[in-house]
Design a protein around this ligand. Structure first.
Ligand code: FES
Length: 583
C-alpha cells in the first residue's frame, strides 16, 4: 500500500513505491530523509507517498547543445506536479561533442554508470531523461535500462537552421564542405569565420540528421519518447509542451509500474533499425542500440542491422544525405509520417510510452511536405540503412552507410594507403608526395575502442589535398573508428576486431589490394592466409594510452564495436533491489 493509502492506477495489487523505503519509514530512519529534504522548502504534502520522479539532467555549459535543459526541466516539473508526482532534478555527467577529448565516446559508459548508480542509490520511482548532444541520449537510456525503472526520454530538440549569406548551413555537414572550400582557396578566412558564427545560432543539438537527431528520433521510434520528440526545435514553445506532457506521463508510468524494459523490447529495436534506414540516420546508432539492447538482455545483434535495414528506402531528404534540415522535417510532420509510410515494415503492436501502440500513434499522421518526407515511390535511395560487411579484413564485421556513399565506389578494388594512427594520417594526408590516386583505398589503424582509445569520429579522413584540387570528391576509406553522423562519403567503419587488439586491419600494408563488394557484403584484403599469419606473428600491440584511472578501466573492459562498445561488466542490469540503510 502506498503511503497515501491509495491504490496505484493500473496496478493489480496495492503497492508502496520504491521511495517509501526512504520517506515512509518510522523513527530516525524516516526522520533523516524527510527532515533534510524539507530544508529545500518542500512541504510535507510532497513527501506523502506520491511517486518521486527523478529528472535526470545532462545540462552543462560545457555541452552547448544541452544548455537549455535546466529550463526544459522546469516544464517537466510542472507536468509531474500536475499529475500528482514529486519532481526532483539531478545532474549527471554531460558529454559535449565539440569540447571533450579524446572523444565523448570514451565517456558514454561513464555517464551511463553515473545515471544508473544515481537512480539506484536514491528514492526515485521513475525518471525523465533529459538529453540532447550525441552521446547523452544513449548514456541516459543505458543507465535507466540497467535499473529498469519507469522512464521517458525528453530530447532537447535541434537548433534552428544555420543561415549565412543566403545559404542554409547544416551543423557539421556544411562545416566539412566549408573546410574543403577554404583548403582549396574557394573562400577566404574572413568568410570562414563569419560562417562559423552563423551555423550554430540557438540552443539545441545539431540540426542535420546527425547522431543527436538520429538518437532523438530513434528514442521516438523505440516508443520511449513521446510523438515528435525527435524533431520539435529546441527554441519552439511546443518543445516545452512536450516536456510538460512527459512529466505528466511519467507519473502514470510509475503508477502502472510500466518499466523501461516493457517498452524497449525486441520489436521496438527492430522498428528503430528500420526507421534509421528511412531517415538516413547516423552510423553511430549502431553501437548505441547494440549497447542499449545489451543492458536489457534483448537478443539484438550487429547482423540485425543489415538483415532488417537492407531493404528500407531512405525517404527523409535531410543533410547529410541531401537537402533539408530538422526544422523542415518537423514542419513536414516529423517521424510519425515516416513511420506511417514504412508502416508495412514495422511492428505496429510495439508499445508506446504514452500508452497504446506505435500503430495507434502513427495512424493519423499527415505529411505536409512530400519533398522533405518523400512518398515510398520516390525514395532518395531504395537501400537505406546500414550495410554490414564481413571478410578477412573484418571477421566480426564492419559497417557502411550506403546513402552517404558514392554508388560507383560500392564495388571497388584499389591499393591501400595505410596510416598507422590518426596523427600519422594528419601529418601525411596533404603531403604532395603521398602516393595516392582516386582509386586508392585509405586505411586508418589504431582508432578503435581500445586503440585510440574511445573510437573517435576520425573515420571520414580528409581527402588528400592534391586529389581535392583535381576534383576528387570521394574515396574509399576504411578504419576501426566511427564517423560523425553529419559526415558523408564511402567510409567503411567499426572494423572488428580493431587493429590495436591484433585484428586483421593491423596487418594491412600500403600497396595491398583491397576489395569492397557491398552487394556481396564482403570486405577483403588480397593477401594470402600464410602471409597474414606471418605478419600476425610480427604484430606488436601499441602501448596502452592510460596507466591508471578511468582511461585504464576503459581500455581493460571496453568491448569491440560489434558488441556496442559497452564495458563487459556493464552488460545486463541489476534493477533496483532494496538497499541497505547505513545510518
Ligand atoms: Fe552536440 Fe552535434 S555537437 S549535437
Amino acid at each position: 500500500m502506498q503511503a497515501d493509502g491509495q491504490r496505484p492506477v493500473g496496478a493489480s495489487e496495492p503497492r508502496a513505491y520504491r521511495s517509501a523505503e526512504w520517506f515512509a519509514r518510522e523513527g530516525k530512519y524516516g526522520f533523516i530523509p524527510r527532515s533534510w529534504m524539507k530544508s529545500q522548502g518542500f512541504s510535507p504534502e510532497l513527501l506523502d507517498g506520491r511517486p518521486v520522479i527523478g529528472i535526470c539532467n545532462t545540462w552543462s555549459e560545457l555541452t552547448n547543445c544541452n544548455r537549455h535543459l535546466r529550463e526544459l526541466a522546469e516544464h517537466v516539473k510542472r507536468g509531474v506536479l500536475m499529475a500528482g508526482g514529486f519532481p526532483l532534478e539531478f545532474p549527471v555527467t554531460s558529454l559535449g561533442e565539440p569540447l571533450m577529448r579524446p572523444t565523448t565516446m570514451m565517456f558514454r559508459n561513464l555517464a551511463a554508470m553515473d545515471v544508473e548508480e544515481t537512480i539506484r542509490a536514491n528514492p526515485i520511482d521513475g525518471v525523465v531523461l533529459l538529453a540532447g548532444c550525441d552521446k547523452t541520449t544513449p548514456a541516459v537510456l543505458m543507465g535507466a535500462a540497467s535499473c529498469d525503472v519507469p522512464s521517458i526520454l525528453v530530447s532537447g530538440g535541434p537548433m534552428l537552421n544555420g543561415r549565412f549569406r543566403g545559404r542554409t548551413l547544416g551543423s557539421g555537414t556544411d562545416m566539412f564542405k566549408l573546410d574543403e572550400e577554404y583548403r582549396t582557396g574557394k573562400i577566404s578566412k574572413a568568410e570562414l569565420d563569419a560562417a562559423e558564427a552563423a551555423m550554430s545560432r540557438s540552443a539545441g543539438s545539431c540540426m542535420t540528421m546527425g547522431t543527436a537527431s538520429t538518437m532523438a528520433s530513434l528514442g521516438e521510434a523505440l516508443g520511449i519518447g513521446l510523438p515528435m520528440n525527435g524533431s520539435i526545435p529546441a527554441a519552439d514553445s511546443r518543445r516545452a509542451v512536450l516536456a510538460e506532457e512527459s512529466g505528466k506521463r511519467i507519473v502514470e508510468l510509475v503508477r502502472q509500474n510500466i518499466t523501461i524494459s516493457q517498452i524497449l523490447t525486441r520489436p521496438a529495436f527492430e522498428n528503430a533499425v528500420r526507421v534509421n534506414g528511412a531517415i538516413g540516420g547516423s552510423t553511430n546508432a549502431v553501437v548505441h542500440l547494440l549497447a542499449l539492447a545489451g543492458r536489457l538482455g534483448v537478443d539484438f545483434k550487429l547482423e540485425d542491422w543489415d538483415r532488417l535495414g537492407r531493404d528500407v528506402p531512405t525517404i527523409v531528404d535531410l543533410k547529410p544525405s541531401v537537402r533539408f534540415l530538422m526544422e523542415e522535417f518537423f514542419d513536414a510532420g516529423g517521424l510519425p509520417v515516416v513511420m506511417q509510410r514504412i508502416g508495412h515494415l514495422l511492428n505496429l503492436d510495439a508499445p508506446a510510452v504514452e500508452g497504446g501502440t506505435i500503430g495507434a500513434r502513427i495512424a493519423s499522421a499527415k505529411c505536409w511536405d512530400d519533398e522533405v518526407i518523400r512518398p515510398l515511390d520516390r525514395p532518395l535511395t531504395g537501400q537505406g540503412g546500414i550495410m554490414v560487411l564481413k571478410g578477412n579484413l573484418a571477421p566480426d564485421g564492419a559497417i557502411i552507410k550506403p546513402s552517404a556513399a558514392s554508388p560507383r565506389l560500392m564495388q571497388h578494388r584499389g591499393r591501400a594507403m595505410v596510416f598507422e594512427n590518426a596523427e600519422d594520417m594528419r601529418a601525411r594526408i596533404d603531403d604532395p608526395a603521398l602516393d595516392v590516386d582516386a582509386d586508392t583505398v585509405l586505411v586508418l589503424k589504431n582508432a578503435g575502442p581500445r586503440g585510440y582509445p574511445g573510437m573517435p569520429e576520425v573515420g571520414t579522413m580528409s581527402l588528400p589535398k592534391k586529389l581535392l584540387e583535381r576534383g576528387v570528391t570521394d574515396m574509399v576509406r576504411i578504419s576501426d573508428a566511427r564517423m560523425s553522423g553529419t559526415a558523408f562519403g564511402t567510409v567503411i567503419l567499426h572494423v572488428a576486431p580493431e587493429s590495436a587488439v591484433g585484428g586483421p586491419l593491423a596487418l594491412v600494408r600500403s600497396g595491398d589490394f583491397i576489395t569492397i563488394d557491398a552487394a556481396g557484403r564482403r570486405l577483403e584484403v588480397e593477401v594470402s592466409d600464410e602471409e597474414l599469419a606471418r605478419r600476425r606473428a610480427e604484430f606488436v600491440p601499441p602501448p596502452p594510452a592510460y596507466e591508471r584511472g578511468y582511461g585504464r578501466l576503459y581500455i581493460d573492459h571496453v568491448q569491440q564495436a560489434d558488441k556496442g562498445v559497452d564495458f563487459d561488466f556493464l552488460v545486463g542490469g541489476s534493477g533496483t533491489p532494496p538497499s541497505k540503510v547505513s545510518f
